[in-house]
Write a protein that binds this ligand. Sequence first.
Ligand SMILES: NC(=O)c1ccc[n+]([C@@H]2O[C@H](COP(=O)([O-])OP(=O)(O)OC[C@H]3O[C@@H](n4cnc5c(N)ncnc54)[C@H](O)[C@@H]3O)[C@@H](O)[C@H]2O)c1
Ligand SMILES: [Zn+2]
Ligand SMILES: [Zn+2]
Length: 362
Amino acid sequence: MKAAVLREVKTPLQIEEVALSKPGPHEVLIRTAAAGVCHSDLHFVEGSYPFPLPAVLGHESAGVVEQVGSEVRTVKPGDHVVTCLSAFCGHCEFCLGGRMSLCISPDTQRPKSAEPRLRKDAGTMNQFLNLSSFAEYMLVHEHACTAIRKDMPLDRAALIGCAVTTGVGAVIHTSNVRPGETVAVIGCGGVGLAAINGAAIVGAGRIIAIDRVGSKLNLAKHFGATDVVDASASANPVAEVLEMTKGGVHHSFEAIGLKQTAEQAFKMLRRGGTANIIGMIPVGTMIELHGAEFLGEKRIQGSLMGSNRFPIDMPRFVDFYMSGKLKLDEMISQRIKLEQVNEALDELKRGEIARSVIVFDA
Ligand SMILES: NC(=O)c1ccc[n+]([C@@H]2O[C@H](COP(=O)([O-])OP(=O)(O)OC[C@H]3O[C@@H](n4cnc5c(N)ncnc54)[C@H](O)[C@@H]3O)[C@@H](O)[C@H]2O)c1
Ligand SMILES: [Zn+2]
Ligand SMILES: [Zn+2]
């Protein structure tokens, strides 16, 4: 099959022929229909997070089940599925404690001694984040995908695989935004726009979108932002938000991955507020906070894949799209071929488009 491979950091992905193993007892072979290009893929290309190479990148996808292993009961051939990198084992402390998105059990992967899921005639090929979606097929653990209704278009379903689950999940699960509360979202890419959309769905009172690209702020309004702050023009977005809200927001969401904006997310909280860091801040970067602020019971926390329970969440997000609540048509800026993946990664550096989605031939 054709796949986009990262061989060395800071170099373009290469389209190569990669071979797949057969499904093991708890594995599923999926024909990839569509894969979104997320900024997290770019972080790994840039080397700000280490990963064993070569690897087939991509982690935001939907497709059709081709084959299942002997023990698989949750999906069957022909099912339409959305994938999720939050593969869960179902029996560790995180899974049993109801925080399955934190599962890191090796039981969802093949043992090192076994034949790998992906391989290359000459040398190894690593699977990326349990998925490797920039490929015509994916061989995944059954707990890394979930079936969805068949009237859902698969190119839009792919977005639920990461951006929507992450952004909406951060709002509804990680920070538990209540109706009427005030929210600020810093960074209006696929993830930030999904957070804005999620805040609108749960009935947040005021939703402030912050970005440095004007077209993104216009898009943010369409996703439910009630106010926008232009971070390119504004010398001090924090002061603007504090002024606008007369003292700060209940919940802030950093969806970029920078020290400066993570600190801004904390500074724009009202007393008792919670800052959620979604962006992947480069390994080694330290965040500085003003210690005295903690006396106002301000909190700062990470949000990984929207603290999801994805087999429950994803079919609901599909229903949200089908009933017009989730704006996925507007999130796709361009549909591209696998061969154009490097151009889509370059686009993410400019920040001008929401999402590029790779569509595979049926
Ligand atoms: N925590 C998780 O589970 C998780 C999951 C998915 C993505 N992520 C991370 O979330 C972040 C966002 O991902 P994305 O795909 O939406 O990215 P994106 O590139 O599509 O969007 C980033 C947005 O931030 C804006 N921006 C950049 N610098 C800015 C600044 N200084 N001030 C204001 N706005 C600025 C850009 O204009 C762009 O609109 C990335 O760091 C990604 O790795 C985390
Ligand atoms: Zn992602
Ligand atoms: Zn587990």
